[in-house]
Design a protein around this ligand. Sequence first.
Ligand SMILES: Nc1ncnc2c1ncn2[C@@H]1O[C@H](COP(=O)(O)OP(=O)(O)OP(=O)(O)O)[C@@H](O)[C@H]1O
Ligand SMILES: Nc1ccn([C@H]2C[C@H](O)[C@@H](COP(=O)(O)O)O2)c(=O)n1
Ligand SMILES: [Mg+2]
Length: 238
Amino acid sequence: MWRRAASLSSSIFSSSSRRALRDRGAYSSKAMEFSSAEPFKGEGCLSKEKNLYITFVLGGPGSGKGTQCAKIVENFGYTHLSAGELLRQEIASNSEDGVMILDMIKEGKIVPSEVTVKLIQKGMESCDNGKFLIDGFPRNEENRTAFEQIIGAEPNIVLFFDCPEEEMIKRVLNRNEGRVDDNIDTIRKRLKVFAASHYPVIDYYSKKGKLYKIDAIGTEDEIFERVRPVFAACEGAQ
Ligand SMILES: Nc1ncnc2c1ncn2[C@@H]1O[C@H](COP(=O)(O)OP(=O)(O)OP(=O)(O)O)[C@@H](O)[C@H]1O
Ligand SMILES: Nc1ccn([C@H]2C[C@H](O)[C@@H](COP(=O)(O)O)O2)c(=O)n1
Ligand SMILES: [Mg+2]
């Protein structure tokens, strides 16, 4: 189990980095205050006393989370843990929870938080790199509080890819990866669940000054140029 950060009061961003980001409009005015993001020491990967930097990556289905995470990994060396992908691997491994998870995913519902957080925990513990992108999580307040309770940590920063529904539907229907939930009926259910549950999470991190809202319309490269300064500022400050 990880210890909580002893202190979350000092910013990992220098004031010049903050100014640069603000000037480039990488985040909304509501989310403009920078947060504290001091790394904390873990236990597990923890016994190695490593610093952890946790980024939650939020956005609706098809908003481009996975696509942008791949670019962040490539450019900044983070470890990508997609909650949805961990759940799909659990289905594929025929585990005890596999059938329940498959039923919930087909219905566009959120899997009980304890199941998802335990998978994320396993992913974090099996990794030498302490810089994590946790994609598609937390989907709701229950997810958020379960992570805090089980992992004993908070994210340093939170990215939110803001994308209109019609664009998300178009992208998901064109994705063609054979996912059981990439059909119009399930997409509509996922969008409903997203609309009903994401706002409290976004609002929570916005109030804590941890939220970076990214306009998710444009080419993949254009969007990455909005994401890049957030991570470049982190790197500069480490
Ligand atoms: N900026 C973009 N413009 C057009 N298509 C995009 C863009 N970004 C990603 N895509 C495509 O849209 C589809 C959905 O993207 P991606 O899988 O990254 O979304 P996601 O947010 O991870 O979705 P989910 O929550 O369903 O996993 C993919 O086929 C991807 O190639
Ligand atoms: N925190 C999460 C993340 C994902 N799921 C389930 C429900 C989603 O529709 C599905 C696919 O996730 P995606 O790959 O789109 O991020 O996985 C969940 O229950 N809880
Ligand atoms: Mg994805």
